[in-house]
Design a protein around this ligand. Sequence first.
Ligand code: HAM
Length: 418
Amino acid sequence: MIQRPRGTRDFGPDEMERRRYFEFIMREQCHRFGFREIATPIFEHTELFTTKSGPGIVEELYSFKDKGDRDIALRPELTASVVRFFVNELATLPRPLKVFYFGQMFRYERPQSGRYREFFQFGAELFGNPLPESDAEIIGLACSMLERTGLQEYQVRIGHIGILRGKLTDAGIAPEAAQPILQKLDKKAYPEAEELMRAAGVDAEHMQEIVRITGTIGGAEVLDGFEGEAAQHLRQVISILASYGYTKVKIDLGVVRGLAYYTGMVFEADAPKLGAEKQICGGGSYSLSELFGGEKVFSTGFAIGFDRTLLAIEKEGSMAPAFGLDAYVVATSDAMRPTAFQVVAELRRSGLMADVDLMRRSLGKNFKYADAVHVRRVVIIGEKEMEQGSATIRDMATGQQTLVPLEELARALLKMRE
Ligand code: HAM
């Protein structure tokens, strides 16, 4: 037997129906916010990610040489690809340009619950301006997508990378040297961050201040001691989110983010029930287009970890609606089979989800099968009923049977579905 590769999953019919259901409501929510869907390739030139997503991503890349000796990588995230697409083809579209995407990403990570080598992200990017309105729109969309899934327990934490970067600059750290320190702070690995800072010549006072900032968590009031543009920006973002009515948001200046391209607001959402891999969404504002040879355009975006969000929903015990066929058509004899095929075709044309007996089973065995696959109603095509031009509809939940003229069948079943 050949096993699937480590960190990948197969999805059976029940799981796929559940996944498609949540994908549908998230997509619908993006449309409600005026975002439009785009798609980019699953693989790109490796350089796109090594230079644009930042050094953190390099060791996790699935990369290889293709037959033309090109360096190719499976996408580990989509922001770099979307910006490449924007600069090459979308830059002339009216702004703000609001786009979203759904698809699989690949990272060579150590697999565990909620962490896979192939996983799915539902993300959005907004190209326009650096105003708090854009950041609030992006955070608002992420919140409302999570809300629509029915997930109850999650918290959105909003920070501003400019505050920590500013403090590191004040402490005499060059921007290139700041990234490894920020990555340690992102992982809350304080001793290692302090060691890096000490090695870079940061004095004890600045170091204390930097660690203190990462512990600033709470309502808008925790920003009271902070002056400057970044804090003012965050105050406005929080105030717009309050106008929109989102309550699960708080300030957390310790949000650093693993990817290198963020320049301003940064945010994450956690579902505490998930334990170690509890981060279900991450995003923030960035300015990448000039690195691709385009004009400087402020952008902001996020990606929801689709798999983790579904795990969190499952842990809370909420279910997607059951799928189940509307009707299963069964002939009681060989002579009736052609009529059964005609009937199922008509039901399908009417928009019903309908199936027909393909196994030539007895009526009793067909009922058992219908039960097992959660069919709502069985349509029995019997000789006696057919003499009156009718068929019997059996409700599988109640056992109740109704005789219905053939030409009324589809309408009757549609009505029963309401
Ligand atoms: P990220 O934080 O690297 O951000 O990923 C976003 C989300 O994808 C995470 O919060 C997590 O839920 C999920 N995720 C990441 N790695 C895995 C994995 N191995 N298995 C399962 N889920 C995973 C980005 O990718 C940015 N591109 C987000 C963004 C968009 N920023 C601006 N625009």
